[in-house]
Design a protein around this ligand. Sequence first.
Ligand SMILES: [Zn+2]
Length: 160
Amino acid sequence: MGGNSHSPCASCKLLRRRCAKDCIFAPYFPSHDPQKFAIVHKVFGASNVSKIIQELPVQQRTDAVSSLVYEAYARVKDPVYGCVGAISYLQNQVSELQMQLAVAQAEILYIQMQHHDDDEPVTQIPEMGMVLDHNFPSSSNVIHHDSLSRESVFGYDVVS
Ligand SMILES: [Zn+2]
């Protein structure tokens, strides 16, 4: 970082202009990584990128540049959907997992109801954590319920 002879940032190098001391791009597009600027320039255009950076508070500019670079790469990789392709892929995964979760919860409910039908001592199993607690010799809720008589457990069941 020396006086007049500092090397231009990647942006100024590509745009073939003098890199001023207060160059808006210099902190985010170092000369050793020319591809980073080349790609946002290709997708968004240098002047748009500079406008976006300038309108943001300094502490948010690094994140903004990262997301612009990410979006630009995604657009080049997938000219049709860009990063929307990744977003919709992940949204599909989320709804698929939500469906699996709903199925698993229904299965748990079904198993709990079968236990009731078998007329076995009822332990309330509202959460997996409490099921696991069952094996520990602690004074957890589950063990407390176990120590009650069946009638009072049923009574508790009905009331709650
Ligand atoms: Zn520059």
